[in-house]
Design a protein around this ligand. Structure first.
Ligand code: GTP
Ligand code: MG
Length: 438
């Protein structure tokens, strides 16, 4: 039984990220000698840390997420007296290799395609700091005795998918000598062995041209007939050559003309099945292992190979490799403008969850639940130990129609209502909501 493509699961990881909660605002009154009661001077809390994904060109895998998949940013600092603002928390940075695609794991929506160095993406926003009591002063209320708690940070699950960014892809049947060629052209040390499926994950190497051109080569696992339906390692790893500008199709010439041509067409039909424009890219057919062939056989095979660009090499001893490098440098299409430009800092940002004012009431075994982004945020930011803050929350809930919606849903006095993480006993109609433990 051949191994299947689930070996590549670490090219995809799902992680949970929670941004920091904002710091709490503070209730305080100015104090000075001989002044009995001063004005409110409670400062606001600081912002919670964002979760930021950043491209690190030194990385080429997502393996570092293997053992660590839950990330929390720091919370903002609390405000303090004298209108002092709490400290904003530092962002938590997660590093990923270039070519990482980020999706929201719940909706599957694309968040960002991090295909350049130096790009960052804020995947969860920290909550804003709660306002201190100084901010609640108005013409009717000179001395508010409450302040807000910090806003909770966003949390979501995101999916990271790696599509390596290489300039040239090495493809071919298992054992054709792809990894040997990578080792011959670059300083990479891939595992090479005389059995099929030696390479289980893509290897990268950098080839330097005569004018110091820097060309990244990707060696991917071998492809066999039926790979597109999952035979062998499947063809899923071909996404790592999707973004290349040229493919080197390596064939083992020592197996004889007919078999070599068959290998060629087998791999090509798998590429066609995969799609994504792989067959439309420039291909170089590289006849390998010529050290095991006589010159006539090499000529005969080269003549029979379709396509204009061919090379004959022995990757094991490097013969023919110089010519192959010349061919690559000559034929490699220029990088698309989109890739060469924006190397400067680019920041992707999800729209900050503009809290929807909609909410829904549901009930289960005598407990009512109110769900809705704005309502939940409002509750989370209310200091339940403060009568005045609680009264303010209840007035707001009544004004927003939450109280009426609960009554419409059949909720009666004394029943339990849950909003976010808080539980209340329902006392409608101008009586204050009271927490069960209050
Ligand atoms: N004689 C000879 N043997 C070679 C040459 N190139 C590769 N080989 C041998 O062929 C075998 C397979 O080489 P690999 O580079 O591992 O082949 P691969 O295409 O990467 O194979 P997979 O990773 O399994 O897809 C090894 O035993 C190599 O030593 C060559 O030019 N001449
Ligand atoms: Mg290999």
């Amino acid at each position: 039984m051949l191994p299947r493509s689930d070996r590549f699961s670490f090219d995809d990881v799902t992680i949970a990220v929670t941004a920091g909660t904002g710091g709490r605002g503070v209730t305080s009154f100015h104090r000075e000698k001989y002044v009995p009661v001063g004005f409110p001077d409670g400062g606001d809390g600081g912002r919670g840390g964002n979760i930021v994904v950043r491209v690190d060109a030194q990385l080429s895998t997502l393996d570092h997420f293997k053992d660590h998949r839950i990330f929390r940013a720091k919370h903002g600092g609390a405000g303090s007296r004298n209108n002092c603002h709490g400290a904003n928390a530092q962002d938590l940075q997660l590093r990923v290799p270039p070519g990482t695609v980020i999706r929201d794991a719940t909706s599957g929506l694309l968040i960002a395609d991090l295909d350049h160095e130096n790009v960052t993406c804020i995947v969860a926003h920290g909550g804003r700091g709660g306002r201190g009591n100084a901010k609640f002063v108005n013409s009717r209320r000179q001395a508010p005795t409450y302040s807000e708690l910090g806003e909770p940070g966003e949390d979501r699950r995101i999916e990271l998918e790696l599509k390596l960014i290489a300039d040239v892809g090495l493809i071919g049947l298992p054992n054709a000598g792809k990894s040997t060629l990578l080792a011959a052209l670059t300083r990479a040390h891939p595992v090479i062995a005389s059995y099929p499926f030696t390479t289980l994950r893509p290897n990268l190497g950098v080839l330097y041209g005569p004018r110091d051109e820097r060309v990244v080569l990707a060696d991917v696992p071998g492809i066999i007939e039926g790979a597109h339906v999952g035979v062998g390692l499947g063809i899923e790893f071909l996404r790592h050559v999707e973004r290349t500008r040229m493919l080197l199709h390596v064939i083992d010439g020592s197996v004889g003309r007919d078999e070599a041509l068959m290998a060629l067409s087998t791999v090509e039909s798998e590429l066609r099945a995969y799609g994504h424009g792989l067959m439309e890219k420039p291909h170089v057919i590289v006849v390998n292992k010529t050290d095991l062939m006589d010159a006539a056989a090499v000529e005969e095979l080269l003549a029979a190979v379709p396509g204009a660009r061919t090379a004959a090499i022995a990757a094991a001893d490097g013969s023919g490799c110089d010519k192959l490098v010349d061919l690559i440098m000559r034929e490699l299409p220029a990088r698309p403008a989109a890739v060469t430009q924006a190397i400067e800092e680019r920041i992707y940002e999800l729209p900050h969850g503009a809290a929807s004012s909609e909410f829904a009431v549901s009930s289960e075994e005598g407990t009512y639940r109110v769900a809705g982004a704005e309502v939940e945020r409002r509750v989370a930011m209310t200091d339940m130990n403060n009568e005045e803050a609680l009264g303010r929350l209840q007035r707001w809930l009544r004004y927003r129609g939450v109280e009426q919606a609960l009554m419409d849903a059949g909720c009666t006095e004394g029943e339990t209502v849950r909003i976010g993480k808080q539980e209340f006993i329902f006392y409608p109609d101008h009586r204050d909501a009271v927490r069960p433990d209050a």
